[in-house]
Design a protein around this ligand. Structure first.
Ligand code: CP
Length: 314
């Protein structure tokens, strides 16, 4: 792949390849020998994605260029295109971009001569989140095939939902959607079920935040939202025995999920964040190798390999 823009561009074998490489990075301490520069161009707010990219880059030995939208020349009218071209010109070897436009990458893809990674595009794509979600599910079940997975919440405004529906279906999972009135998106090809049916049949309940910042009109989210559409403690009790809870975060506690469930035994929410570091290390090294920027000899091995073992096999 030239740039990592969407999980749609990956075949199932390539997705499993990234999952396996991410697990190797968890257990091996690998650093790049060469001096390489990475820049994270975040035009939208982020805590997890941006900071886990920074941790992943520093673990690999990158010099991380410090870009902050608020103090950048974008305030003087510079475009995303010219900002990216500037980083390329000054010697960045890799760019991560998050932008509010659904298709920010279209204007850049054929004109930027260093690998780019999509750190979130408007409401359509969040491919590195999708990869870490799949890694988290794979760690649990040893497969993605034939699992029942419900994506629950503000489907209409969620880039996580779009990336995950396509990718999980491609991997053979049965994907269901649950949404309150006004939060559905009929352009996404997956059946809608109620949250009560989802907790009964699903192996994974993936909750989504209500994305108020993307709503064109004020959609009502009453205090009954949790009771009617969210994961309450009562619904958690009705989940399948080994079923798990995911959420990309940030979390609206007591809106889409009861606060007491955020760190409950079934929750893998903080595990997802931890997995984000290793998935992003895997994606970055994969791209750098494909571009010929690094090769086997560029990677210094500090510790012995520890074989990855699945936590559960099915
Ligand atoms: N999950 C996620 O994308 O979180 P941030 O917006 O904090 O990066």
């Amino acid at each position: 792949m030239q740039h990592f823009i969407s999980v749609d561009q990956l075949k199932p074998k390539e997705i499993y390849g990234i999952i396996e490489t991410a697990e190797q990075f968890r257990h091996k301490n690998l650093k790049l020998n060469d001096q390489l520069f990475a820049a994270n161009l975040f035009f939208e707010s982020s805590t997890r994605t941006k900071m886990s990219f920074v941790v992943a880059q520093r673990k690999l030995g990158f010099e991380v260029l410090d870009f902050h939208k608020a103090s950048s020349s974008t305030n003087k009218g510079e475009t995303l295109y010219d900002t990216a071209k500037t980083f390329e010109a000054i010697g960045a070897n890799l760019l991560v971009v998050r932008h509010q436009d659904d298709d920010w990458f279209k204007a850049l893809m054929d004109h930027i001569s260093i690998p780019m990674i999509n750190g979130g595009a408007g409401k359509v794509e969040h491919p590195t989140q999708c990869m870490l979600d799949m890694l988290t599910i794979y760690q649990e079940y040893g497969t993605l095939k034939d699992l029942n997975i419900a994506i629950v919440g503000d489907i209409k405004h969620s880039r996580v939902a779009r990336s995950n529906v396509n990718a999980l279906k491609k991997m053979g999972a049965n994907v269901y959607l649950c949404a309150a009135p006004g939060f559905e998106d009929m352009t996404i090809q997956a059946p809608y079920i109620t949250i009560d049916k989802a907790v009964k049949i699903c192996d994974v309940i993936m909750l989504l935040r209500i994305q108020h910042e993307r709503h064109e009109a004020q959609l009502e989210t009453t205090e009954n939202y949790l009771y009617n559409y969210g994961l309450t403690k009562e619904r958690e009790k009705r989940m399948k025995k080994d079923a798990i809870i995911l959420h990309p975060a940030p979390i609206n506690r007591d809106v889409e999920i009861d606060t007491d469930l955020v760190e409950c035994e079934r929750s893998r929410i903080f595990k997802q964040m931890n997995n984000g570091v290793y998935v992003r290390m895997a994606i970055m090294t994969e791209l750098l190798q494909e571009w010929g920027i690094i090769n086997e000899n560029s990677i210094e091995k500090h510790k012995n390999v520890i074989t990855y073992q699945r936590t559960k096999s099915v």
